[in-house]
Structure formats: C-alpha cells, structure tokens
Design a protein around this ligand. Sequence first.
Ligand SMILES: Nc1ncnc2c1ncn2[C@@H]1O[C@H](COP(=O)(O)OP(=O)(O)O)[C@@H](O)[C@H]1O
Ligand SMILES: [Mg+2]
Length: 417
Amino acid sequence: MKKELIDITPHKSIMCKISQTGYSIQEAISELIDNSIDARLENEKIVINLEIDDKHILISDTGKGMNKNVAKDSIRLGYSSKKEKLGEFGLGLKTATSFLGEEFVLKTKQKDSNEEYIIKYNEEEWLKSGDWFKFPFMIEEKNNDLHGTIVEVSKLKVDITNELLEKIKEELGRRFAPFILNNEIHLYFNGEECNVPKPDIIEDSKKDIYLKIGKSTVKGWWAYQLAGYNKSYYGFNTFRRGRLVTVFDKIGLTNNQQIKQIIGELEITGVNITHDKKGWVKTSEEYKEIEEKLREYFKEYEYKPKRLLTGYPASKGKVIGTIRQVNMFHSGNMEKEIKKVNKGDIIVTAMTRPQFLIAIRRAGGIITDLGGTLCHAAIVSREFGIPAVVGTNIATKVLQDGQKVIIDGGEGVIYEY
Ligand SMILES: Nc1ncnc2c1ncn2[C@@H]1O[C@H](COP(=O)(O)OP(=O)(O)O)[C@@H](O)[C@H]1O
Ligand SMILES: [Mg+2]
C-alpha cells in the first residue's frame, strides 16, 4: 500500500456557501450582536449601535475589541476562542456578513492599544484572487483610548424595506430582551433605543416555572393570552444564555390551543443548539427529556374553556371581564344601576338603552338577551370597539353578577374564565 499526503484546503467558494444557512435578516444581524455581547468588558455597559439602510448594515460596539491575534483569527472559518458564550462555532461573523452582503469591513481596537486592525472582504475579489494563505490584514495607528469593533456590510444581498426595518427593530428588542431588561446592553437601531415589547397576557394567570431534569434546567414564566387573530402565535420564546433561540416554540404543548393559549419565556440550559443558532438539537436525549417533562407539566393547564352561552356575534374581539347585571327595567334609580359598571366590566342586560352610554364607555363588553346584529347594543359596541354578543335569550338568567367570563364577540360565544 502506498500512502500520499494530499492538500484538502477547502475550495474558496466555501466562504460564500456557508452563508446559505437560511437565515432571516434578523437572525443574521443577531449573530453580529451576539459577538458584541460576547465582547462586553466587565462592569461596563456596552453600547451596540445598528445603522441600517438599503445600502449598508453597520454594527458598532464599545466592547473590548480584538488584539492582533484574535483579529487575525476572527476571519478564519471555524475558529473560536470562546467558552460558555453566545458564540462557539467560529462561524457567525462569516456566515452573517456573507449572507447580508458581498462585502464587509471590520475595524477593531482595544483600549490600551494604539493600533486599529482592519479586515476587508469582498466576495468577488476573494473568488478571483483570494488565497487562504495570503489574506490581507491592515494595521493603522490610532492614538486614542477608544475601544470596540465595527462591522460594515455593503453591496447588500438582502432587500431592506421600511416595513422590514420596523420588524427588525421590534424583533431585536424581543430577541435580546434578557440583556436589555438586565441593563447589560444598550441596543440602538437607527438612532432609537430598542425596547422590549410587552406581551399581551392575562396578568393574573402568570406563573413561574422551574424544572430540573438531569443536568438540564428550564426556568422562566408562562401565562395565558386570549387566542388572537393568528392562532399559531403562542408557545414559548426560548433562550440560551440569555439569547433568544426560538419564538413561539411549542415544546411540551399541543398544536391546537384555543381561546386561552399558553405563552411564556423559558431559559434552557444543558441542551445544545444547532450551529446556525436557530434551534435546539431536537434529536438529543436532553431535549426529548425536557419536552416530556414540559408536556407533563402543561397537561393540566392546556384546555379549552367551557362554553357557557352563545348568541349573535355583534362586535368582534375577545376580552375577559366581570359580569355586571344591569336591569333595564329598573323602576327606581337608573343612575345608580348604571354606576355599578366598573371599567372593563361586561354589561349583561336584556337590551341596552341610550341611558347606558356612560356605562358602555367604561365596559369591556356587552351581552344581551334580546336583539340582533343591528340592535342598539350591537351598533354601539362596534362604535366603541368592544366585543358584544347579543340575542342570547338567557344571559340575564344564567350569568351571575360578579362572575368572570371570556367573551368572544367574533364567534358569539361566552366562555367560562
Ligand atoms: N464585535 C466583536 N468584538 C470582539 N471580538 C469579536 C467581535 N466579533 C467577532 N469577534 C472575534 O471573532 C471571532 C469569530 O467570530 P464568529 O465567527 O462570530 O465566531 P464565534 O462568535 O462563534 O467565536 C470571535 O471568537 C471573536 O474572538
Ligand atoms: Mg459569533
């Protein structure tokens, strides 16, 4: 047998191909933000600035910057010096930049250094004349104590629209929520600070959850939301080391939650993620165990509330509220009757009357015994934008004053809470 040693240096095109991971723009940008977060200096809040228009995507940070060797290694595929950080595969910088554009410039500087290191990558040039052994690396003298890293991507491969910019901003706030809420990072997007969107949950249903399964842990909270227009927007935002991995993850949940849907945030440890950081390694034992434990846990909480009553759907929307019986035939003081209705209450009455208007303004919804989709209650509730179910025949008899219910005005159904 003869033995030869052969050269298996990767083909140059691998540099461009690695970007084909099926990122969304937000996911690619998140890789760059991950790098900035990983470069935090101890006890110093990092400022991460994103500037995006239809020609450039620029991200700068006030992190520790790179020394010469790290800077040289940063462009190498698969090289990473990190442990227990957001990065670990040594790919993000390269995959994200080459997904976003044909060209990028990286500039980095450390505080005590008077040199700035510059790396320029251009896809076309690389494919034509680039060489793994002769990649250009620039050093520029800089006499200041600024520190941090800038990555500017140009010749964009992605389409940036105004609509998308809004979406990116919102999603980044959600993705990096734990870091923002813990005051560890300042994240700016085109000059505006990214905020964490507040989930629309039923406040008093919120519960903390902590599960320990072997070496893995699941920690976070969950709550109910009323099933909205898009029925699959439920499940968990899952995080790893404070960084979002999946949104609306149905781990441990069934696929058809109705009316009261479970949403929440879970920080998961002890399970690996895929190298594009888009998901958990679902085939791993650890993942399967967690999934099973969560399924057990949520079994009793996943249910469709019982229908109490149906009528004509008069004004759409879903709310939870407390039943307030208002007697339209009240012979005494009508004003007093109307004052019983507090903000957010659900008015239950045989039929609404013009005198009810003040109360309706405060109400969360209306249920009537009589009338159809053109009755007074129906018209007024649509005008005020509150849900209403009319013509139930028996609401005043079966619903108790003070009882909490869910009213679905679009379907014409009242559910138990
Ligand atoms: N913003 C940054 N600040 C400091 N160092 C960075 C930054 N971006 C990238 N680096 C360096 O470049 C290396 C390669 O980055 P990347 O390809 O994203 O891999 P990973 O993050 O998995 O290590 C990182 O390990 C880090 O040393
Ligand atoms: Mg990285």
